[in-house]
Every structure is written in C-alpha cells, then in structure tokens.
Design a protein around this ligand. Sequence first.
Ligand code: AQP
Length: 343
Amino acid sequence: MDKIKSGNYRVVSGITPSGSSMHIGNYFGMAKPAIELQENSGGAFLFIADLHALTTVHNSEELKGNITNVVLDYLALGLDPDKATFFRQSDVPEHSLLTVVLGNYISYGHMKRMHAFKDKLQKGTNQDSINMGLFNYPILMAADILLYKPDGVPVGEDQRQHVEITRDMAESFNKAYGKEIFPLPEAVISKETGKIVGTDGKRKMSKSLGNIIGIFEDESLIKKQIMSSYTDPNRKKSTDPGKVEGNPVFQYHDLINDDKSEVEDLKKRYREGKVGDVEVKDRLFTAHMRLFDPARKRRKELENNLDLVREILEKGAEKAGEISKKTMTEVYETLGIRNQLNV
Ligand code: AQP
C-alpha cells in the first residue's frame, strides 16, 4: 500500500458489460478503489471488457445497451477521463493479439483449475458444451493486464485467481526468453469490500445470479431489491434480539450509510430487539438515495450527451493504444516474429 500512497503506482482494471448496469458489489469491490487510484501518477487504465461479455451475451442489441450503460455508470461515479485512461477493450486490438501469444505459456491442466470454468461444471453444465471463450477467459484477462505493465490490479476477491494465473503466464514468458518483459502485477483486494454478499445472503453479489442491489435503476426497483434482502433468519418478530454480524443488511449499511451514528443506533436496537427489519431496510434505502443521488443526476446528464461520451472513449483508446502497441512490438521482437522488421 505504501507504493500506492506514494502515487507512483499503475493500475489496470476492467468491468464486463454482462448485465444492464453496475451493482454495489462491482462498485465497492472494484470501481470505487480503482477510481480513487486515478489520482496516482503511475496511471489508471480502466476499461469496459466488451470482448469478455461474449462468453454469455449473444444478442447484439443487449450487448450494445450493456456497454453504453457501464460506460455511463463509470463516468457518473467519478471516473475522470483526464486522469484515468478510460476505453473499450475492443477498441484496442492488441488485447486480442497478446491473447494469441500468451496462450502458449500456460498449460491446459492449469486452465482447467480456473474457477470460472469450474463454477460452470459445478452448476451442472456439461464440460463439452462450455464455450472456449469462457475457458480462455483468463488468457484474455492476462493480456488485458500485461499490456500495460501495471503494478496492481484492483479487483474483487473472485478475481484473485485470475490475477495469479496472469502472474504465472508473465513469469513463464519472461523465463522462456530470459528477460523481464512483463513485471508481475499484484492483486489489490480490499479486506472489507473484496467480497460483497448478495441479497440472498449466501452467494457473492452477481449480475448473473440476480441477487444484486443496483445503483442507477429506478427507485422502485432498488427499494424492492433492498426490501427483499436476506437478514437474520432466526428472528421471527421485531422484538426478538437479532444478529448484526454476518447480516447482509448491516453490511450494506456499513458500506452505504454515511450517517455512522444512525448505523450504530440501528445495530444496538437490532441486537436488543427494539427495531424491525422494515425500518432497518427503509433507512438503508434512504441512505442509498443520499449517497448515489449526485451520481444518478450526473448519469442523466451524460445520457443526453452521448457525443461527449464517444469522444472520451476515442481519446482513451488512443492513449491505451500508444502503450499497448509499444508492449506488443516488444513482445513480437522477443518472440522473433517481428516480420516487418527482420525479414
Ligand atoms: N460481489 C462482489 N463483491 C466484490 N467485488 C465484486 N466484483 C463483482 N462482484 C463483486 C468485482 O467487480 C469487478 C467487475 O466484475 P465483472 O463485471 O467484470 O465480473 P464479475 O466478477 O463476474 O461480476 P458479476 O456481477 O459477478 O458478473 P457475472 O454475474 O456476469 O459473472 C471485478 O473486479 C469483480 O471482482
């Protein structure tokens, strides 16, 4: 963390437009820490991982909508395109070029142990029907990261394994050619917010599981998501003493509610059986609206200024392209296949 604080620290992080909009898990787990690091002089490379979304989204209108939504979400939440390099993955072809190279520096056995693949198997999907995009996802992700030679990768806990395999690919590449082309990046994962539980109280908050609390959806939907959150299952009436630890609604309060004395008061009364779940959730909804209101307003303005958004992404792709082309040239030269130069 010292290096992060000193400012000379480069980060890379992406978000997949696989759902309609960001949820609080994406925001507190990755987007917020990544946006904060845009102040660093080492630079922040933040991108929309549209090619990654192809593993699950096979409808062009849906994908287009998802991409626009996530771009607007990021900008509304405080990403400053003059500080961070903000771009779409597919606008920088080097991501795909490096993927083809890196696949040669990782074994099939190692890839089979990746959890995105194993999760599908656990959910009962037949191994032979899993698409190769999903199987290869960690290789594309390694390319996304290594192109920019970052120090750190701000991600949620679920992505730790993918940063580790990225390091393995980098190490194996460096070893094969006897030089340090790719410095090994570290995963930057917050202890407090690295794994935000879903409203089902069981699994990680995930777009695909539908156990989310959104940020930009209609108020009525956000209210519904909050009101249907899992709390203490052993509490039958509001006069029963309740459990605060491990209770998702209180975890959300800790993240969202900036009125800390209200949170402490609610926790105390909950433990004593002096407040009902409905009031605790109502206050969470009010805190949500208070915290995200400025971002929700900014997003509405941006929706009416899509030309500006396009301009931001063009500039971002240009800036990302400069660095990624340099890395790719270095990689080709190292491999001995820089044919335009060495024929
Ligand atoms: N619940 C979470 N807690 C903390 N961090 C999270 N992230 C996602 N969910 C949580 C982090 O957000 C970043 C962007 O995630 P992503 O959209 O690229 O993919 P994901 O991890 O697969 O997110 P979802 O919502 O779970 O999407 P689906 O359901 O489509 O797979 C990542 O850094 C991630 O760790």
